[in-house]
Design a binder for this molecule. Structure first.
Ligand SMILES: [Zn+2]
Length: 287
């Protein structure tokens, strides 16, 4: 067995050089990026990857919601949930991929996911990309559950008549419909993001949970428009340039400009952005 990976010690120690939020204890949280090989000595490649990635999360990942030091592994028969925080009961589903993720992630049954999203009962999503050749974690993003709407789910073709589960319909999660604010990096290019920063980014969008699914969809769409402007300061007129795009998403709506203003107001009320002057906005900076 190739042991060279063990000589590359890729653990990352978070030091005081990183920004902290001030009211969260960072401690000496340490993320080791390499997989524990021994646990998977006798399994096939797919099974090995699952054992590695699940083992890695159980040993290394903190809860982004309450900051608890670790997440508990759930039994394999719990549908669409792999981990649960003992402290705050948040659930997490793990998706792992060798290499990077594209614009879609294959998930479970479409009907189940749809019902869970409508009931605000879907799990948070962990997107872990790893490198099979070096047996380590390249990146980890968390998509908070409040970024899921029906628009982020895509129904797949029913399984063919010859399949064991003929007629079963799975779903894809459309990552392209989730704004950057909803893709919180914990590890990026093999470097750990400070825990305090992850917790800050998580808290920043929690207000979306209080919104009904339809209202949340509008807020997320406007967040994406603002992100596409690519700068912290922007004007109302610049956001209005996305009106034709938004109109194509909401063809029935006759008041898209008003809706845009309303969303910016809600985003301001919740501290996501600030009003600078009449028609001028600024994204609130993360700690
Ligand atoms: Zn928690």
């Amino acid at each position: 067995m190739d042991r060279t990976v063990n000589s590359v010690e890729q653990s990352v120690i978070l030091t005081s050089e990183w920004p902290t939020s001030g009211h969260l204890q960072q401690g000496d949280h340490r993320l080791k990026l390499e997989f524990q090989e021994d646990a998977a000595a006798y399994e096939g490649p797919t099974q090995k990857a699952r054992i590695w990635t699940e083992g890695w999360v159980a040993q290394n990942l903190f809860c982004p919601n309450c900051g608890a030091a670790s997440l508990g592994k759930l039994k394999n028969n719990v549908p669409a949930a792999d981990f649960r925080c003992e402290g705050c009961a948040e659930q997490f589903e793990l998706k792992s991929k060798n290499g990077g993720f594209g614009t879609r992630v294959v998930d479970g049954a479409f009907k189940t996911m749809r019902e869970r999203v409508l009931a605000n009962d879907n799990p948070n999503l962990l997107l872990l990309s790893y490198d099979l050749s070096t047996k380590d974690v390249r990146g980890l993003q968390i998509v908070p559950r409040h970024f899921f709407t029906l628009e982020t789910l895509e129904s797949r073709k029913p399984l063919s008549a010859s399949a064991r589960r003929a007629g079963w319909i799975g779903c894809n999660i459309l990552l392209g419909k989730i704004p950057e604010a909803g893709r919180i990096h914990v590890i990026r290019d093999r470097a750990a993001v400070p825990k305090a920063h992850v917790l800050d980014l998580w808290r920043k969008t929690l207000f979306l949970r209080e919104q009904a699914p339809a209202a949340r969809g509008w807020l997320i769409d406007v967040m994406m428009c603002v992100e596409q402007l690519g700068r912290p300061n922007f004007s109302l007129d610049e956001v209005y340039e996305f009106v034709p795009h938004l109109q194509s998403i909401y063809p029935e709506n006759r008041h898209v400009r008003e809706k845009v203003r309303q969303q910016l107001q809600v985003l301001r009320d919740n501290g996501y952005l600030e009003f600078e002057a009449r028609g001028r906005y600024r994204l609130t900076r993360s700690a």
